[in-house]
Design a protein around this ligand. Sequence first.
Ligand code: SAM
Length: 170
Amino acid sequence: MLSLKINGLVIKNIITWQKTNPMPNVTRRVLTHSTEFIVWAVKGKGWIFNYEILKELNPEKSKDGLTKQMRDVWTFPVVQGKERIHDENGKAIHPTQKPEKMLEWIISGFSNKNDLVLDPFCGSGTTCKIAKNLNRNFIGIEKENKYIKVINDRLSKPIEQNLFDTINYL
Ligand SMILES: C[S@@+](CC[C@H](N)C(=O)[O-])C[C@H]1O[C@@H](n2cnc3c(N)ncnc32)[C@H](O)[C@@H]1O
């Protein structure tokens, strides 16, 4: 937080990712950790906030079925099932692969088409994949060689149109 301030960034929201299926706590001596935070910080006055898109993406609707403002608590399961990438032995390739839907919300809510998205801790490449799908330019950095092939494989696949079901007007 201090380094953001030193570099002239101002925090606009801290979004809480609430996990519906967190890993159980093995010690049984503390509460199960079930949240992570997304810090949204900006520089200057011209920040991008796609209010209407985030309203459309918000699964919560008003009593009349109308869209509602997006809140700062987002609920998604930890990646599992078909979305989770496994190696040939059936082991999850990356321990903290992020939900694609969550990256869709972040990238479509806080950037525009053709913007540049940087992920300096790329992991399995979720950010880059979704940035590509949403027509953003992207740079991903990852220090572990073992993930580079995974990232390239994900990026070489054709765009999965089903990801656009809720946001096909973008
Ligand atoms: C939390 S994971 C990212 C997970 C990713 N969002 C995904 O969906 O798969 C962080 C990644 O950053 C990488 N990493 C850590 N320090 C790094 C550094 N100094 N430079 C580049 N990559 C780094 C780790 O190897 C790890 O794969």
